[in-house]
Design a binder for this molecule. Structure first.
Ligand SMILES: Cc1cc2nc3c(=O)[nH]c(=O)nc-3n(C[C@H](O)[C@H](O)[C@H](O)COP(=O)(O)OP(=O)(O)OC[C@H]3O[C@@H](n4cnc5c(N)ncnc54)[C@H](O)[C@@H]3O)c2cc1C
Length: 294
């Protein structure tokens, strides 16, 4: 396939930065290339190859040495904010944090203040309905333009079509849409709950720094946090080769930059086994583990 590069290093495309390559690779950075995406998808399907979309890679652990399918890196940026209507339109790979910061500093629009320092792209945030400190992506969401991977048509999904839930949306449930752009109405403040936490101080001073994708395991329930269980089985700051749980927050799975995905999987297994043995609770990953399995 003419557009695709081969055996490309993709280590830095996941926030864990464990060494990895892609058998086939394509980077899309303009709207004109959307047609190529559909061609690539059809080609991949004819060869029974998997496809992995990556925007900023802040929510995925590569569990392979080489991804045997096609990796498509989304790099289309650009956004526009209308001061009068307070409508924001943005392309998929734009950083949600940068937009939030600029809205505040340039347009005196602080509705997305909570998203300052939230890593990842608009696409990634819409995909799993990212949220923090009472603000969720669905709150001001109006619509998104998507490429339907089954028929190659571009269409619009409205908020009602999105089936937004806690860290979930139709994009995650059906995995057949590629987000091109999204529209948000920032004229009204909508919060899920009010929080007094200073998000910038929290991100700067209380959140672990390094190669991580935020909380690795889902909290088993509202009352039981995954970090608490990991602490209780003495795994906080526990290290297996290059993988460890942070001493600042036990649910932050970290990579020290010198290990491999195998260290990460080993530590994940140990945590799951110990928590199940001690508490009879099966903790599940929140971060996506990407494998070559079909
Ligand atoms: C330090 C840190 C702190 C964080 N804090 C929070 C927090 O407070 N709250 C919260 O909710 N999250 C938090 N996160 C998680 C982060 O917000 C999400 O990981 C982010 O929204 C994902 O965006 P991304 O661009 O990195 O997506 P990626 O990791 O690149 O992709 C995520 C998923 O979206 C899919 N995808 C990517 N692009 C497209 C596209 N164009 N169309 C369709 N599917 C696509 C991918 O295939 C993948 O399945 C944190 C992460 C880190 C590292």
């Amino acid at each position: 396939m003419q557009y695709l590069e081969q055996h490309i290093d993709i280590t830095y495309l996941s926030n864990y930065k464990t060494p990895a390559t892609a058998r086939w690779y394509f980077e899309i950075s303009s709207q004109q290339e959307l047609g190529k995406i559909f061609e690539i998808i059809q080609w991949a399907q004819s060869k029974d190859l998997k496809i992995l979309w990556i925007s900023w890679g802040t929510n995925m652990l590569f569990a392979f040495d080489e991804y045997e399918g096609v990796v498509i890196k989304n790099s289309l940026t650009g956004w526009d904010y209308n001061k009068e209507s307070k409508i924001l339109k943005t392309f998929w790979s734009e950083s949600i944090w940068m937009i939030a910061e600029k809205l505040e500093n340039v347009y005196c629009q602080d509705l997305w203040h909570r998203f300052i320092w939230l890593p990842g792209s608009v696409a990634g945030a819409v995909y799993w309905n990212a949220g923090c400190f009472g603000l969720e992506i669905e709150n001001n969401f109006v619509s998104c333009e998507v490429l339907d991977l089954e028929n190659g048509q571009v269409s619009t999904l409205l908020k009602n079509d999105m089936n937004f839930k806690y860290r979930d949306s139709i994009l995650k449930q059906e995995r057949k849409y590629f987000i091109i752009s999204a529209i948000f109405d920032l004229s009204k403040k909508v919060e899920k709950y009010h929080s007094d936490i200073d998000n910038i101080d929290f991100r700067e001073n209380k959140q672990p720094k390094g190669n991580s994708c935020w909380s690795f395991f889902k909290n088993p329930s509202r009352d039981i946090s995954a970090w608490f269980l990991i602490e209780k089985v003495w795994l906080k700051w526990h290290k297996i080769w290059g993988a460890y749980f942070s001493d600042k927050h036990a649910n932050f799975l970290m990579h020290d930059g010198h290990g491999t995905y195998k260290d990460m999987l080993q530590l994940i297994d140990v945590a799951q086994e110990k928590v199940e043995k001690e508490f009879w609770i099966k903790i599940e990953n929140e971060v996506q583990i990407i494998t070559n399995k079909k």
